[in-house]
Write a protein that binds this ligand. Structure first.
Ligand code: F6R
Length: 245
C-alpha cells in the first residue's frame, strides 16, 4: 500500500486522474470502478476537464459503481445510479449504457441473484482496471461495514447507524430517510481490481485512515484489507493524515 499526502483535494484529483490517463493511453477500453459520496467529486471534475481539453477520452471505456441503496426508487436523486450519472457520466464522454451499478430493481431476480449477476458482469468485462474508493468514518469501503468477511462477493448489506448518520447530509439531514440496506461489491470483489486509488479527506477520516494503514488486517476495519493489495495507493489530505505515525 502506498501513501501519498497531498496539499489539497484538487492536487489529489490531479494525481488520481494522471493514473487513469496512463491506463487509458495503453487501454482505451479500460474498465473504471467508480465510487459515490463526496471524496471522488473533484476526481470527476478533473476527468471532465481532461476530456474537454482532449487529453483523455472515455468513449470506449466502461464503468461499474461500487454500491446502491435498497429502498429508494430508481429515479431518486440520491440513488447511486443517479449520483453516478450526475457527477461522473454527465461530465465525460463515456457511453451511459456501459455504466452499471448494482441493480435492486430487477423484478425477475432476487436481491441475491442481482448481486451474483453483478459479479458476473464485472468478470465478463474483464475485471476493473482502476478502482476509485472512498473510506467511511467507520473504516468501510463500498458498503462493507465492520465485521464482515474479508473475501466477500457482491452482496446485500446493512448500513451501520454511523454510516447512516454520515450520509444523512445527502438526505436533508433526515436520518430516517437514509435507507438501512444496500447492495455492495464485496471486499473480495474490490480486491480483484488491478489498481486502486483510495481518497480520504478531512479529519473525520483520520481515525479510520490510521486503522487502515497501521492496524492489523482485520474485519473491524474493512479498509485494512487493502494492505494486501499489490497496487493500491491511498491519497490523503493533511487532515486525513493527521493521526499517522
Ligand atoms: C460510496 C461508497 C462509500 C463512500 C464512503 C465515504 O460509493 O462506497 O464507501 O466512499 O462512505 O463517503 P464520502 O466520500 O462521502 O465521505
Amino acid at each position: 500500500m502506498q501513501i501519498e499526502v497531498l496539499s489539497s483535494e484538487a492536487a489529489i484529483a490531479v494525481a488520481v486522474v494522471d493514473q487513469i490517463v496512463a491506463i487509458a493511453e495503453k487501454k482505451p477500453n479500460l474498465v473504471l470502478g467508480v465510487a459515490t459520496g463526496s471524496s471522488p467529486l473533484a476526481v470527476y471534475q478533473e476527468l471532465g476537464r481532461r476530456v474537454e481539453a482532449g487529453t483523455l477520452t472515455l468513449a470506449a471505456a466502461s464503468a461499474f459503481a461500487l454500491d446502491e441503496y435498497v429502498g429508494l426508487p430508481p429515479d431518486h436523486p440520491e440513488s447511486y445510479r443517479q449520483v453516478i450519472e450526475r457527477e461522473f457520466v454527465s461530465r465525460v464522454d463515456i457511453d451511459s449504457a456501459r455504466v452499471q451499478a448494482p441493480n435492486p430493481h430487477r423484478p425477475e431476480l432476487s436481491l441475491e441473484e442481482a448481486c451474483a449477476d453483478y459479479d458476473r458482469a464485472i468478470a465478463a468485462a474483464g475485471g476493473v482496471d482502476y478502482q476509485i474508493l472512498g473510506i467511511g468514518s467507520d473504516g468501510h469501503i463500498a458498503f462493507n461495514e465492520p465485521g464482515g468477511p474479508l473475501d466477500s462477493r457482491t452482496h446485500v448489506g446493512e448500513l451501520t447507524l454511523q454510516t447512516r448518520k454520515d450520509n444523512a447530509r445527502f438526505f436533508e439531514g433526515e436520518l430516517a430517510a437514509v435507507p438501512t440496506r444496500c447492495l455492495t461489491q464485496g471486499l473480495g470483489t474490490i480486491m480483484e481490481a488491478r489498481q486502486i486509488g483510495l481518497i480520504a479527506l478531512g479529519e473525520g477520516k483520520a481515525r479510520a485512515v490510521r486503522n487502515m494503514i497501521h492496524g492489523t488486517v482485520d474485519p473491524s476495519c474493512p479498509a485494512s484489507v487493502l494492505q494486501r493489495h499489490p497496487n493500491a495507493t491511498v491519497y490523503l489530505d493533511p487532515a486525513a493524515a493527521s493521526l499517522l505515525d
